[in-house]
Ligand binder design. Sequence first.
Ligand SMILES: Nc1ncnc2c1ncn2[C@@H]1O[C@H](COP(=O)(O)OP(=O)(O)OP(=O)(O)O)[C@@H](O)[C@H]1O
Ligand SMILES: [Mg+2]
Length: 246
Amino acid sequence: MPEIVVEGVSKTLGGLLTLAEINLKAGDRDFVGILGPSGCGKSTLFNIISGLMQPDRGQVYIDGRDVTGRMGRVSYMRQKDLLLPSLNILENVSIPLILRGLPRKKASVEAAKHLHQFGLEGFERYYPRQLSGGMRQRAAMLRTFLFSSDILLLDEPFVSLDAITKRKMHAWLIDVFKVIKPTVMFITHDVDEALYLCDKIYVLSDCPTVVKLETAVPFCRPPHGRTIVDPQYGTIRDQVMAALEI
Ligand SMILES: Nc1ncnc2c1ncn2[C@@H]1O[C@H](COP(=O)(O)OP(=O)(O)OP(=O)(O)O)[C@@H](O)[C@H]1O
Ligand SMILES: [Mg+2]
């Protein structure tokens, strides 16, 4: 049974039919990429899957249960997931544990255990403004992870990073996910990033938005972060680019 099923979801925003009808699935521990033109409703779709927003029609099922409009089942890193500037990194990443009812002190101790894995050890007392872009992204990712769901929705998590930092973050993400093994849905505008990380890709159309292409990516996550040399790479990349009309 697929872990996440989005069935016939539609949404009108500001009088404009944004999501016309979206159907998609993610299996247990799948890494699913969502691509589509700016404004087609990708973030809206994640708001619906996370339960922050109700669809006009359609359902969201997780593990076979109808969770449409219900929050709390997934960990969601939003597109503008800014860390709180007045809190240091340890305080920022402790927030989900405090929200779950842990006393502040215990939350800090628990959160601190994960700093090493997310490359933030030694920086716990730094404020967001004192960190590099990559470190801020990792802190936001750790905070998302500490919401403690086995399902992560990541909305363009690496968008503001330079190419080298982005590549390092990919290698880091692959290593971390080998340990924590979540199911991931990942929005990106970067076709190569999607081909590199995701084992399935959905391309969405312009508004009114439908799924334009669904394709498996059999060669993703090459060992040791090397270049993908699979002969299917070019074919699948071309299909995705054609669906995006670029
Ligand atoms: N709360 C809202 N009220 C009215 N319109 C909204 C609301 N949220 C989003 N929209 C509109 O819905 C459309 C889809 O927005 P959304 O943010 O989901 O797109 P997106 O695919 O994530 O775009 P991008 O790639 O630029 O992040 C846009 O036209 C946007 O202006
Ligand atoms: Mg968006």
